[in-house]
Design a protein around this ligand. Structure first.
Ligand SMILES: *[C@@H]1O[C@H](CO)[C@@H](O)[C@H](O)[C@H]1NC(C)=O
Ligand SMILES: *[C@@H]1O[C@H](CO)[C@@H](O)[C@H](O)[C@H]1NC(C)=O
Ligand SMILES: *[C@@H]1O[C@H](CO)[C@@H](O)[C@H](O)[C@H]1NC(C)=O
Ligand SMILES: *[C@@H]1O[C@H](CO)[C@@H](O)[C@H](O)[C@H]1NC(C)=O
Length: 694
């Protein structure tokens, strides 16, 4: 009898402990998912540098979408935060994703509570934006890429939805040094001295991290924000990659998901971007390629020329941008690990969101008693000239008909003198393209854009459709925090985060002071000098609505141009195999033996990778013999492998055999698709000879 009593007492105490822990530990229901969003890996322009000649020719690591669903158990309100390895949010992608979500979940996930934040990688395939300006360099709109990306984002949200469980969130932040610098310090220095004196650095160095744990207290994922341009992969790179952010996610996820191949992870770590507008990972500063001297400070030129001034990153001595990418990623990873370990401050409070669509070109507001209107979008000459991370990308726009760009040829007729009104409004911007006045074949830049706030307790995420500069981001977070602290929605420890470029893309946002000197970022602030002030007003309005529980009109939809979108990319007519070979044949086989440290390069006869987007699949597997079975040991998402399209129906697979590879027997399997005359697309595959690694 006594025994039974003691037993029961023990059970009750344990139950109590679980309840107590449960109460403090699981405030929310959380779901997390990762999925592949890699589009066409060859034959299409890469998004970011705006260089038509930068055409993808293979794959280093796959681009992923990482989705986090956070549900308030008391109200069932939920938010979805997606960080995707994309150059930016895109309305076309967002609409396609939301349409699929609606089919599956009804109104559960919608434009108001779903945020899609781009990491800003410059190493992914282009063509997924509906506005004409972004299609000039990609020779048109590439439906397949919108399809792949939106399917992948949807898949990541479905996975997150299916994994919803009681969980908790902890927040932590800390300084990450040596991973970003300001690439436009001359612009930054235009901001008032008193304002600059409030900050130690001319870029934000703080990484803010949310750690997600399940009811047992195990880490199930994390999101962090740190502002840096993912331009570690240079503008002559042709391999698809998530750049420094995607690479950081890759390495941290590898550590947390032992025994899985890339893409199969269940513990997911997102490295999202923030007020990155004037930041660079090329931390050694800009130098002239010819003389080795620092570039001219105000203009980032060398002897008056932009083309030879380059920001030096970790790859500058060797040209090895994969190494540079890894270095910046490793700095991210070690800080994130430290913050995961030290994140003990629980996030508590309601889940909420506010959302509206605003026609920025026709947006009026009052500023210090004056009526202000934003301008019709326009780009300045400095935007065309590029930055020290990739000088002169858009140079061909300056009336040069010699580039043979078919898209540009039809658009040159469209370029007209900006109206007087736009010139006045955009002053002092010297306008090169009045994109807001260019509407043929369809609009060049957006006018209606998404303004969104997510609340996770004491954490507020400003989801922004642009690249905010350091000081612009600071003004935004400060403004929103002031409103919400005053309203008692968050306390002084509350954290306001800028996340973007998200949902759609409207280039840069500088402060009016930075705008006045019209460097690249100012030239790219498309709605004129008051763009930031307009955003401050819009996010203030949303903050007030969040605090006072006001209904915000959702606003009007931007037009949909995807149906009439042009595409000048020559299609694949037919794939023709190498003479006397068939598709899948090995052209360059392996040796019999390798030792760790060596690199294998094999080649197959393969169809154009454009024929078929292999989402959630792999162009090849390195297979390992275990017993009498071949096990997939590596796929094409692996850091130590590369897939290259060499043209003329030849693909190359590269595997760097690192020291951690077990001795054993291996082979490499390739799988692809080729097109027959008449258009039928058929699969092909092939296997190398067997080899040993010791
Ligand atoms: C990873 O898993 C393998 C077996 O699947 C095991 O041998 C190894 O110790 C694990 N490593 C870690 C760090 O857990
Ligand atoms: C890219 O350019 C850099 C700097 O000019 C050079 O060192 C590097 O080898 C180039 N990379 C490729 C893949 O061509
Ligand atoms: C904003 O102001 C301009 C000029 O004052 C006016 O033409 C325009 O209609 C206004 N826009 C809206 C949305 O009220
Ligand atoms: C480019 O071509 C267009 C139309 O063919 C022509 O109007 C324009 O003057 C040309 N520009 C230059 C710089 O040659």
């Amino acid at each position: 009898m006594l025994k039974i009593w003691i037993c029961m007492l023990l059970v009750i105490t344990q139950l109590n402990q679980i309840l107590v822990r449960g109460q403090s530990a699981t405030n929310y229901n959380v779901g997390i998912g990762i999925a592949d969003i890699t589009g066409t890996v060859a034959g299409v322009n890469m998004m970011g540098y705006a260089m038509p000649e930068q055409v993808a020719a293979g794959l280093h690591i796959r681009q992923r979408s990482r989705a986090f669903i956070i549900v308030d158990p008391s109200t069932s309100k939920r938010v979805v935060f997606v960080s995707a390895d994309l150059a930016m949010g895109s309305l076309a992608v967002r609409r396609a994703t939301l349409e699929r979500l609606k089919e599956t979940f009804g109104d559960l996930y919608n434009e108001e509570n779903v945020a899609i934040s781009g990491t800003h990688t410059h190493a992914g395939p282009a063509g997924y934006l509906q506005y004409a300006l972004y299609q000039i360099t990609s020779f048109g709109y590439i439906k397949e890429n919108t399809e792949a990306i939106s399917t992948g984002i949807y898949n990541s949200i479905v996975k997150a939805h299916n994994s919803i469980q009681p969980g908790s969130i902890f927040v932590s932040s800390g300084e990450l040094l040596g991973a970003n610098i300001n690439r436009s310090p001359f612009s930054y220095e235009q901001n008032p001295e008193g304002e600059r004196a409030q900050y130690k650095d001319n870029v934000d160095k703080e990484m803010i991290l949310l750690k997600f744990t399940n009811a047992k207290g195990d880490v199930i994922g994390s999101i962090n924000w740190f502002p840096v341009h993912p331009v570690s992969m240079m503008n002559n790179n042709t391999l698809v990659s998530g750049d420094n952010k995607g690479t950081a996610s890759y390495f941290l996820e590898r550590e947390y998901n032992n025994g899985t191949l890339p893409g199969e992870e269940t513990i997911v770590h997102a490295f999202a971007n923030s007020n990155l507008g004037d930041t660079s990972p090329n931390i050694f500063g800009p130098y002239c390629a010819d003389t080795g001297l620092p570039c001219e400070y105000k203009t980032s030129t060398c002897n008056g020329k932009k083309e030879t001034c380059f920001g030096r990153g970790y790859g500058y001595l060797t040209g090895d941008d994969i190494y540079a990418t890894r270095k910046i990623a490793e700095l991210h990873v070690s800080k994130a690990k430290e913050l995961i370990d030290t994140a003990t401050t629980p996030v508590t409070g309601s889940i909420d969101f506010k959302f509206t669509k605003v026609d920025l070109e026709n947006y009026n507001f009052t500023l210090n008693g004056n009526d202000i209107s934003l301008c019709k979008a326009a780009l300045g000459y400095s935007m065309i000239a590029g930055t020290t991370d990739g000088p002169g990308g858009f140079n061909f726009v300056q009336g040069d008909n010699s580039t043979g760009n078919p898209f540009w040829k039809i658009t040159t007729g469209v370029i007209k003198q900006p109206t007087k009104e736009t010139i006045e409004c955009q002053r002092p911007k010297p306008i090169v393209l009045a994109t807001g006045e260019m509407t043929s074949p369809y609009d060049y830049t957006p006018s209606i854009v998404e303004i969104q706030l997510l609340r996770i307790g004491n954490i507020i995420i400003c989801v922004v459709p642009a690249e905010f500069t350091t000081m612009s981001g600071r003004r935004l977070t400060k403004t929103v925090k002031n409103v919400l602290v005053k309203k008692g929605i968050i306390d002084e420890n509350g954290i306001v985060i800028v996340s973007g470029p998200s949902n759609s893309y409207t280039h840069y946002v500088t402060t009016p002071e930075e705008y006045s000197v019209q460097r690249y970022e100012g030239g790219s602030t498309i709605y004129g000098p008051n763009t930031l002030n307009a955003y401050l007003q819009l996010y203030t309005d949303l903050s007030v609505a969040l605090a006072d529980n006001l209904v915000v009109p959702i606003g009007f939809d931007a037009p949909d141009f995807t149906d009439k979108a042009l595409n000048f990319l020559p299609p694949i007519i037919v794939d023709i195999p190498t003479l006397f070979k068939k598709f899948g044949d090995v052209i360059k086989d392996v040796n019999e033996k390798y030792i760790r440290g060596e690199t294998i390069e094999v080649e197959f006869v393969g169809g154009h990778p454009k024929n078929y987007v292999q989402l959630e699949s792999s162009f090849f597997y390195v297979q390992r013999l275990e017993g009498n079975r071949w096990i997939n040991f590596k796929n094409d998402g692996d850091w130590n492998t590369k897939f290259k399209w060499l043209g003329n129906s030849v693909v190359r697979i590269i595997w760097e055999i690192t020291d951690d590879v077990q001795a054993g027997t291996y082979r490499i399997l390739y799988q692809g698709y080729h097109k027959l005359l008449g258009g039928k697309i058929v699969p092909e595959s092939g296997i190398t000879s067997i080899f040993t690694v010791s």
